[in-house]
Design a protein around this ligand. Structure first.
Ligand code: VGL
Ligand code: ZN
Length: 218
C-alpha cells in the first residue's frame, strides 16, 4: 500500500470512544478493544499534530440501557427518533471505565466531545445525536480550524466509528477509517450478515476510505 502524507494543519486524528467500558473487563466489551491503544499512541506520537476525542458519557437510566426498559441487552426498541439498540449499562458518567483509557497519551488531544448525555436520546456519532439533527458542535470546531481530512480510530467500528464517519462524509470532510486502530462489536443482522460488514459497505458507498497506521506518514 502506498503511503499517505499527513498534513499537520488540515488533517486530524479522531479517537472515538477509547474508553475501558468498551474493552475486555468493561461493561460493553468489544473483542480485542484494548489493542487499539498501542497503534493510536503511535499515531499520536508520529504524524498527527492534533487530535480530537469523543467520550460516550451516559447518565444512569439512559434510554440506550436495556436495564432502563426491563429488556435483554441487544434487543431493539422504537425510540421517538427511530430504532434504538439496547446495550448493557456502559459509559456511566464519572465512572472509571468511562474515562479515556489511562494509557492514551493526551498531549495532542485538543478537544474532547462528550456525547449521549441526554437521558432520552442516544448519540453514536461525534457530530449528531441519534435524532440525526442535534449537533454536538464538533463540526464547527473542525471547520474553524481549517480541518479537511479526518482519520478515525477507536471503538466500535460498526457503531460510533461508522456513524461518525458517515456524518463526517455528509458534512463534506474527506474521511479515512484506520482499520488496525479500530475494533467492532459485530452484532448479527436480520439478513444473516453482521454489523461490521454492513457498516463497511455503507461507508464505502459514502466514499469513506480505509487505511492502516503503517500507511500514514509525516
Ligand atoms: C457505542 C454502543 C453504545 C460505541 C457506544 O462506542 O460504538 N456502541 N454506545
Ligand atoms: Zn453508549
Amino acid at each position: 500500500m502506498s503511503g499517505l502524507a499527513i498534513d499537520g494543519k488540515t488533517d486530524i486524528l479522531g479517537l472515538i470512544d477509547v474508553q475501558p467500558t468498551f474493552m475486555p473487563g468493561g461493561e460493553l466489551p468489544v473483542a480485542g478493544g484494548a489493542s487499539v491503544v498501542e497503534p493510536i499512541n503511535r499515531l499520536l506520537a508520529g504524524p498527527f499534530a492534533t487530535a480530537f476525542a469523543t467520550q460516550d458519557w451516559h447518565p444512569r437510566g439512559h434510554i440506550s440501557f436495556a436495564s432502563s426498559h426491563g429488556l435483554p441487552a441487544f434487543a431493539e426498541i422504537a425510540a421517538p427518533y427511530g430504532p434504538q439498540t439496547l446495550w448493557p449499562d456502559h459509559a456511566v458518567q464519572g465512572s472509571a471505565n468511562a474515562a479515556l483509557h489511562p494509557s492514551i497519551v493526551q498531549d495532542r488531544i485538543a478537544v474532547i466531545v462528550r456525547k449521549g448525555m441526554q437521558a432520552a436520546v442516544d448519540s453514536y456519532s461525534a457530530f449528531f445525536e441519534n435524532d440525526r439533527t442535534t449537533p454536538t458542535g464538533l463540526d464547527g470546531w473542525l471547520r474553524n480550524r481549517g480541518v479537511r481530512r479526518l482519520f478515525l480510530c477507536g471503538l466500535a467500528t460498526d457503531f460510533c466509528v461508522a456513524w461518525s464517519a458517515e456524518d463526517a462524509a455528509t458534512l463534506g470532510y474527506a474521511v479515512f477509517v484506520v482499520d488496525d486502530a479500530c475494533r467492532g462489536i459485530a452484532l448479527p443482522t436480520a439478513d444473516g450478515s453482521d454489523s461490521i460488514t454492513r457498516a463497511r459497505e455503507r461507508l464505502a458507498v459514502r466514499g469513506v476510505r480505509f487505511t492502516t497506521t503503517a500507511a500514514l506518514t509525516s
